[in-house]
Design a binder for this molecule. Structure first.
Ligand SMILES: [Mg+2]
Length: 501
């Protein structure tokens, strides 16, 4: 399986301070790995160790758990080079739990664009067509084997869609991968986005409608999807970000028992957020209680904050409290501090606005700087999402499981292609994980031949269709045809041919 190389973690130190830490090796990944110094401090973000984690795997953090604020205070680098990123990848003992099985407590659901199964790009179901495809596949063993030994991982925004707008080549790509190809075979593919803020099913329904293709929640990962594993560790959590109460819904679906959102706290004590104008409707829909009587065990930032002032104030109050109890102030800001998790680290996000807007990464860096200014110590935190290792490990699980669903063969295909528009997340993460990476020109990347800092190793393509066709030709042969011939006579198909002729 492709993985990080040891050399990734023994790069020369970037700063004298982190020299010793740079030499750390990432421990091997196993559930409840006792070699991880869980619960200690001075660089280790504590995770409760007792009685939890039966259904979770803890993946060592590859991004430093120490605040980035210092580096960002005076210079704002938007695209750290791969070299810098590699040099800064240390475990520091922190780990990111991901679900042991991606199927646990998840309602598997395929959503079809118009509510019933269709074969994208093809006429209504004809039973003979399935038989025909099976006959064609029977006669092309090598190609079939190669088609099952490749998989695509798609970033969504800037690759398949722009917000709610379809990128036309994205629709065609899904038709091809869902069976409109010379073998009539499904070529495995999943979706991996740093998007957030809605339950998976709602996101899949929306995407399926835009792309006119069936998409299953079992082939879909958004930034907070792996964070469902944290429900095994924490009972009472503050969930931050997103529209209205959608992230509360997400957390409920993930199995968190006691979910608090900032509105619940403002409704209990409006003076906590002096600049907040709280509407009657918000008051009516919030769930206030006496928060001096409960300990919030962790802060989970699931999506972009809709009110930086209120959210930052409440998060800062909690980080500085005694074990997450509002109304208290910790004597020791480190040992009594509750952990904070972010679902992704993107600094900026492209929108309809001419210049990209600030995203969760910018919110996080603001918090880190405030925390350092107020306490004098660095904030330790965990960041999920691309390009973090845990997210890619989880993607492997999802691909293998999806293989079982479509080909009854639960394993990881050998040749995985990541297709993305953002060199600083899609491409750097795919490169470090040993995947083939394809950069497309339909989104963030606007550069020349390839990105200078994080070049895509399989190349740069005008759009997703060109990238998918190039990858299929490499694995299945230059003459591979991107449509299924309904009139084909299987007896005419050449048998036992090599995949690449
Ligand atoms: Mg993108």
């Amino acid at each position: 399986m492709p993985a990080f190389e040891d050399s990734d973690f023994i790069s020369p130190p970037l700063s004298p301070k982190s020299g010793a830490e740079q030499q750390q090796r990432i421990p091997s990944i196993s559930a409840r790995d006792t070699s991880l110094p869980v619960g200690s401090h001075g660089g280790n973000l504590p995770i409760p160790a007792d009685g939890h984690g039966r259904n979770a795997i803890e993946v060592p953090a590859t991004r430093s758990s120490i605040s980035d604020a210092e580096a960002y205070m005076h210079q704002l680098s938007l695209s750290p080079s791969m070299k810098d990123r590699r040099g800064s990848r240390n475990s520091f003992g922190a780990s990111l739990p991901i679900p042991r099985s991606k199927r646990q407590s998840r309602l598997s659901s395929v959503h079809y664009p118009d509510g019933h199964p269709v074969r994208p790009g093809m006429p209504p179901i004809q039973p003979t067509r399935e038989i025909l495809a099976a006959q064609v596949q029977d006669l092309s063993h090598e190609k079939v084997r190669a088609a099952k030994d490749m998989a695509f991982v798609f970033d969504i925004d800037g690759v398949l869609v722009h917000g709610d707008r379809l990128i036309p080549e994205g629709k065609r790509v899904l038709e091809i991968l869902n069976g409109d190809n010379e073998l009539g075979i499904k070529i495995p593919h999943i979706f991996l986005t740093n998007g957030s803020g809605k339950p998976e099913l709602a996101r899949v329904q929306q995407l399926s409608k835009i792309l006119h293709s069936p998409i299953s929640t079992d082939q879909f990962i958004q930034s907070h999807t792996p964070m469902r594993a944290l429900a095994e560790y924490y009972k009472t959590v503050l969930v931050v970000g997103g529209e209205g109460y959608r992230c509360r819904e997400v957390a409920e679906e993930y199995g968190f028992e006691d979910i608090i959102v900032p509105n619940d706290i403002v409704a209990w004590d409006p003076t906590i957020a002096p600049y907040r104008v709280f509407t009657e409707e918000e008051r009516a829909t919030s769930r206030p209680r006496d928060f001096t009587k409960c300990n919030i065990e962790a802060i989970l930032v699931f999506s972009d904050s809709r009110d930086y002032a209120t959210d930052m104030q409440i998060i800062m109050d909690l980080l500085r409290s005694e074990n997450g109890r509002l109304g208290t102030m910790a004597k020791d800001p480190v040992s009594q501090r509750i952990p904070i998790y972010f679902s992704q680290g993107d600094l900026l996000c492209p929108t309809e606005h001419p210049f990209p807007r600030m995203s969760q990464g910018a919110f996080r860096i603001g918090l880190e700087a405030m925390y350092k200014a107020l306490t004098g110590v660095d904030l330790e935190r965990v960041v999920y999402g691309k390009p973090e290792l845990a997210t890619y490990k989880y993607a492997d699980e999802v691909i293998a499981s999806w293989m079982e669903e479509i080909h009854n063969d639960e394993r990881l295909p050998k040749n995985i292609y990541m297709i993305g528009d953002n060199p600083a997340s899609d491409i750097i993460g795919g490169n470090m994980y040993g995947w083939n990476t394809c950069l497309v020109r339909t989104g963030v990347f606007q550069g020349g031949d390839n990105d200078e800092n994080n070049p895509a190793n399989f190349g740069v393509f005008k759009n997703v269709l060109e990238a998918v066709q190039a990858a299929c030709k490499k694995e299945l042969g230059d003459n591979f045809r991107f449509e299924f011939d309904e009139t084909i006579n299987p007896t005419q198909v050449k048998g036992g041919v090599s995949a690449i002729e």
